[in-house]
Structure formats: C-alpha cells, structure tokens
Design a protein around this ligand. Structure first.
Ligand SMILES: *[C@@H]1O[C@H](CO)[C@@H](O)[C@H](O)[C@H]1NC(C)=O
Ligand SMILES: *[C@@H]1O[C@H](CO)[C@@H](O)[C@H](O)[C@H]1NC(C)=O
Ligand SMILES: *[C@@H]1O[C@H](CO)[C@@H](O)[C@H](O)[C@H]1NC(C)=O
Ligand SMILES: *[C@@H]1O[C@H](CO)[C@@H](O)[C@H](O)[C@H]1NC(C)=O
Length: 477
C-alpha cells in the first residue's frame, strides 16, 4: 500500500499501480490487468503478438548510427480491410497488452472493426537502449525522442494499412504524447484521445495538494478536513524536540538508525504521509474518501504494510532516510527513468507551498531538486529543471497546443486535471470534464458500478473519434 502511496507522492503521473500489492508495481497497465483479471475480460483468448522495431537511438542526429529495439503489441483479429488502426502510446512503465483486450480503445476497435497496437515507450519495460541508467545513457530519454519512435512505428504500420485511419490513445503522461503526436506529426494521425493529460509542464505543482484538500473538504464527513490538519500539525510539533522525535519514531515504527532530525528525512516523512490522501484523490471516488475519513481515521491512515519501498524488512521498521530512498530508486529502472523525465522536461513537483491545504508546509520543492542532483549529478539542478519546463511548454504549447481532432478528457477529482485542458480549444479540439471522476477512468470499459456521467462521457468520446475518422455511421450497439 505504502509503496504506492510513496510513488504517488513522489511522482504520481500515471500511477494506476497504487494501492495494490504486486511485485512489478509502477506499471499502469498491470494495475488494470489485476483489476480486470477478476472479470471475464481477460479470458479473451485472442492472439496477441509481441513485435520489435529497430529504432535510432537519436532521431535528431544522423551521424549517430546506434540503434535499439522497441517492443510493441498488435492484434488483428477484429480488423477488416481499410478499417481504422488504433495505437495506444506507452508511458512511464512497461507496456502490457491489457488495452488490446478491454478499455475504450478496444471498444472502439470492436465497434469499427479496427486493428489494435500498443507501443512501449523508450527506456521502459523491454524497450531499453541501455541496461545501465546513468545520466549519460539517459540523454536520449525524452518525450521528443519517444514521439519520433512512435512516428516511425506509425510509418511502418501505414505501409501495411495504407487506407486505414490512425487513432492514437494515451492516458496521463502518455495522454500528453497522444495530443503531441497530432501536433508534431499531423500527417500520421487522424484523431487522438488525450486522457487526464497534464499538458502544461509546471515547476511547483502546488495545485495538486490543493485539489486533494478540496476533495476531502467536499466529500469527507464533517470534521474530516480539520482532522487531517490536526494530525499533520501534530506531526509537525513532534519534530520540535528530540524527545518528541523519539516518541514519534516509536509511534510510527521508524527505524532507530534513521535520523529524523535531518530536514530531508522529515520532508520525506511528510510526503509519505500526504501520499495516502493524494492517492485517494487521484484514484478514488467520493465514497472512498468518505470511508477513509470516518471514525477510524487514525487507524486507516496509519495503516502501513510491508510492501512499502520504505519498509526495512530486516529490521522490521520504516526508514525515511533520503539517501536510502535514492538508492532504492536507482535499483528500479522505470522509476529512475521517470524521475529523469520530471527533472529534465516536466517537473510536476508536488509541493506543499499552497496555504490552501492541511498538510503543513513540509514538502518544499528543494526536496525534489535534491532528488534530481543526487540521482543524476550536480548539473541536474534547479536551473536545469526550470529550463526543461520552459522548453517543454514552448515546444508543445502548454495549455494551448495547436491541434485538431484531439479530445482532452479529465476527471474533476483528479489533481492532474489542474495541468490539463478543461475547456474546448476549438470545435475540433474539445475538452470533456467528467464530474466526480478520477485519473484516466474514461480509458476503461464500462463497468456496472460506473456513474452514469462516466458512461455518457465514453459514448461522447467514441462518437467524436468516429466522426473524425469517418466512422460516424456506427452507433453504440
Ligand atoms: C557507425 O558509425 C561509425 C562512425 O561514426 C562507423 O565507424 C560504423 O561503421 C558505423 N556503423 C554502421 C553499422 O554503419
Ligand atoms: C538533537 O539531536 C541531534 C542529533 O540527533 C543533536 O545534534 C542536537 O544537538 C539535539 N538537540 C537537542 C536540543 O538536544
Ligand atoms: C472501524 O474499525 C473496526 C475494526 O477494524 C471495524 O469493526 C469497524 O466497523 C470500523 N468502523 C467503521 C465506521 O468503518
Ligand atoms: C496551427 O497549425 C496550423 C497547421 O496545422 C497552422 O496553419 C497554423 O498557423 C498554426 N497556428 C499557430 C498559432 O501556430
């Protein structure tokens, strides 16, 4: 549980993974797979092939002839000649074929006799140009390079599906990529779904915790918000003297060896504690929030489990040691890779700098800057992060990307929606805000307990896509 809270807290993004105990966490699709394993969907025995495409290491330097192998999955049994091709863009995790068996893209393919593809993002899963993720090797990890990879794959696909319209789909970071594919390679893309896409890169993403705060205020029981504020204020007080730190360590089962007087360790503690609330905003619903904040608040909130990244199994305690955390991150490839992207392109650093939240002010942006320099070296400092954010917004247009045939979907409970497009850019670039929905929920297929508003949103999204690719005569069965 906590492991994922931690991830949500530190980087969030497309962390569908949170809240479940499985081994290769960090894989948004695997979370889906787990959830869907329980339904009949996964009994679909369609043949799904893993394929490989040789890609240049650097699309923007013709002198560099190094290459690597990109993985993708494909499914053709639903396809009829000249019918559409759907490509799900992988994000910051291994690609898995789940979305070839269920989800809005699969539903669209069924309804329009489409072929289905999922492409893995460079540096994630099995699509690794390098085994060793040193800063030097990570130089070729960027959204711009990933888009060029996807463009090359689409060119290959188009050579076989010459008369097919192309639809790209993505969620969270890969939702950005879906919109940006249309922006940078308009000739390769006919329509796109950008789900919960934080298209605006932002240095200090303080709005994240503000949204968490709003959700607990709005959906929590009376007194919930005050209870959170009191709990965090008490934590803060606990750091005021060495005696109370000792008491806190006992109460929270923090390892003796972990020096909680170090500012970064303290900050990590607050981040971890806030993550429980962040997760419930990002992936939850009003009911989860209400239940979490009920009379059992303290025990709900303190409940930790041993799958946490911060759990020290040998000593049976939690370590909030920042340097230990950095070493753990270094051992997890996708995690290192994604943090590299935040340090060099998007930041998205979730801080407590806003006054409009109950989590105190103990999660400063400096914590993240330190993370960047400790992981990748002194060059990856505040200036570097700043430059990366500025360049991304110039390249992609921030909240005003110049795109057509892209639908931007967000859930109003999702803190990421604060960096997304919430109002129509134009008739051909509409926004859809789904009330009481969380992160990327529209990418799933309908479930019985989904709110009507979410089901209606999916119908609308499918209608838009079909109308943009000339499949308008198809209606939902
Ligand atoms: C790649 O480029 C290097 C020089 O930049 C050259 O020596 C080498 O033969 C090239 N390899 C291939 C396969 O073209
Ligand atoms: C608290 O402990 C730290 C080291 O853990 C020490 O440097 C500091 O002097 C102590 N402060 C007080 C007030 O005892
Ligand atoms: C609080 O927790 C206890 C024991 O875990 C449980 O029996 C009880 O139903 C919980 N109360 C609520 C309101 O969920
Ligand atoms: C937007 O893109 C279109 C072509 O796709 C181009 O003609 C137009 O000038 C662009 N607008 C801006 C503001 O860049």
């Amino acid at each position: 549980m906590c492991r994922h809270q931690f991830i949500v807290g530190l980087i969030v993004s497309a962390r569908f993974a949170y809240g479940l105990n499985f081994h290769s966490f960090g894989n948004e699709f695997e979370y889906l797979a787990k959830e869907l394993n329980e339904s009949s969907v996964m009994s679909d025995s369609a043949e799904i092939k893993a394929s490989w495409l040789e890609q240049p290491l650097n699309h923007f330097d013709t002198q560099d002839n190094r290459t690597w192998m990109m993985r993708y999955f494909e499914r053709h049994d639903l396809w009829k000649p000249d019918k559409p091709v759907y490509l799900f863009l992988g994000g910051e995790g291994p690609a898995s074929p789940v979305f070839l068996k269920t989800g809005i893209m699969y539903d669209l393919a069924q309804e329009t006799s489409g072929a289905l593809f999922i492409a893995e993002h460079r540096y994630y899963g099995k699509s690794k140009p390098f085994e060793d993720l040193t800063a030097d090797n990570l130089k070729f990890l960027s959204s711009r390079q990933a888009l060029a990879d996807f463009a090359r794959l689409l060119t290959t696909i188009k050579s076989k599906f010459a008369n097919s319209k192309i639809v790209v789909v993505g969620g969270s970071y890969s939702g950005n990529l879906a919109a940006w594919m249309e922006l940078i390679y308009p000739n390769l893309v006919d329509a796109a779904i950008a789900s919960s896409a934080p298209v605006l890169a932002k240095l200090d993403f303080y709005e994240y915790l503000e949204t968490v705060s709003e959700n607990f205020e709005l959906h929590g029981p009376v007194g919930c918000w005050d209870m959170i504020a009191t709990t965090f204020t008490n934590y803060e007080k606990a750091f005021e003297s060495n005696e109370s730190i000792i008491a806190l360590k006992k109460q929270e089962n923090i390892c003796d060896s972990c020096d909680m007087t170090k500012p970064q360790n303290k900050q990590l503690f607050f981040l971890e504690k806030a993550s429980a609330f962040m997760y419930r905003s990002q992936y939850g619903n009003p009911r989860n929030i209400k239940e979490f904040c009920d009379s059992n608040f303290t025990s709900n909130f303190r409940q930790m489990d041993e799958s946490s990244l911060l759990w020290n199994g040998k000593s049976e305690c939690y370590s909030y040691d920042f340097d230990d955390m950095i070493n753990i991150v270094k051992q997890i490839d996708w995690y290192t890779a994604w943090i590299y992207q935040t340090c060099t392109e998007f930041s998205y650093f979730q801080t407590s700098s806003s006054d409009k939240q109950p989590f105190t002010k103990n999660i400063p942006i400096e914590l993240y800057y330190t993370m960047c320099t400790k992981l990748f070296g002194p060059d990856f400092d505040e200036t570097r992060v700043n430059t990366g954010v500025r360049d991304s917004n110039i390249l992609y247009g921030g909240l005003k990307p110049n795109v057509t045939n892209v639908v931007f979907v967000n859930g109003d409970m999702d803190p990421w929606s604060k960096l997304g497009i919430l109002e129509d850019l134009s008739y051909k670039a509409p926004a859809k805000m789904i009330s009481r929905a969380s992160h990327c929920r529209d990418l799933f297929s309908d479930r019985d307990d989904d709110p009507e508003e979410l089901k209606q949103a999916r119908i609308y999204i499918k209608y838009l896509i079909k109308s943009w690719i000339g499949e308008g005569e198809y209606r939902r069965p």
